[in-house]
Design a protein around this ligand. Sequence first.
Ligand code: ACO
Length: 402
Amino acid sequence: GYDISALLKETGNVTLDAGFTNTASCTSAITYIDGDAGILRYRGYPIEQLAEQSTFIETSYLLIYGHLPSASELAEFTERIRQHTMLHEDLKGFFQGFPRDAHPMPVLSSAVSALSTFYQDSLDPFDKEQVEISTIRLLAKLPTIAAYAYKKSVGQPFLYPDNNLSLAENFLRMTFGVPATTYDLDPEMVKALDLLLILHADHEQNCSTSTVRLVGSSHANLFASVSAGINALFGPLHGGANQAVLEMLERINSADYDVDTFMAKVKNKEDGVRLMGFGHRVYKNYDPRAAIIKKTAHELLDRMGGNDELLDIAMRLEEIALADDYFVERKLYPNVDFYTGLIYKSMGFPTRMFTVLFALGRLPGWIAQWREMIEDPATKIGRPRQVYIGETERDYVALSDR
Ligand code: ACO
């Protein structure tokens, strides 16, 4: 019951753009997306080439420093990260305070936020050396924090990082290994995890990245900003979608309803049911990451004996959706998360760890975007306007008269 154009004028001709569907918040030289053509490039390099030829550590360097590293730059970067994988013993104690059944995402964001208390010597966002050491610490410690969040949830002792291993290897060992026994790394699994991390490494101004930038625009330090980004990623419409996809597939599989009944519910928008893992704010043709991951999902599940029933349901849902007017008219296609959950499950990760894996992958993107924001002289504190639709002025009524 209000005249929106009059209100906009009254507010000084501001733009009302709920969800920022048409508002750019910054300029950026990091990631290029053409949603109609299904193109994704990091620093100009097509995601398909990086997926095929790069590694997560090299891609992290590329995103943060803007160029592919030389052999010596890569060796130095890798070595520096290796030197910082351990957590302060007092930070280890921090995990004991959470309930055993805590979701690992808030544990992750709390531990990252707590890094500000352990490294008070490197929190100045305008000191290049301090930003550099915070960057290395975050890249090195997040896999350890993530593995400890998992260990806490299953009641197993923590493992110290083994710095002879690569980042993905170390993370798998700290997650699935048990003290005093050897953990045999599966090279295919390591490769698949590294690929998934590359595919998630940046996606320009998505919800969590915009959160990192917004928090950082108040000159909050890198740890505080990334911690906020982790919380934004937790939501089921963003990073939490990979967990939601698997829960959806399991619900259908447990015969609550069959695929057709489920799809009818989605199309009738019954109880707000959505086909999780479908649709994207920017990709309106296909998500190039989903195309890469679909192939890997089939290969890995064949080899590792993943859950075929769930993969079958996923493929059937995709087949129906791609031929159905509801989805075609709205340009809804599988996004990166439609298949990742199945891969994580076949690797042995519990559903609750899926979004944590997304966070590990997105970390270099958050860092690169935060650094770009801090270095950009055009950055201002993020402060959107609003259009007020509440009561006009009225007089206070004493409690006795209400
Ligand atoms: N299932 C069914 N209908 C859908 C879906 C879906 N997954 N996604 C969008 N729609 C419908 C909406 O109901 C709406 O229909 P209407 O025009 O009849 O009202 C129309 O498509 C447009 O949807 P919006 O919500 O306006 O699109 P928006 O760009 O705001 O949302 C989003 C994008 C959040 C990704 C949405 O597609 C969604 O909720 N998908 C499921 C969750 C998901 O997979 N998220 C992961 C995103 S990718 C990532 O974070 C890596």
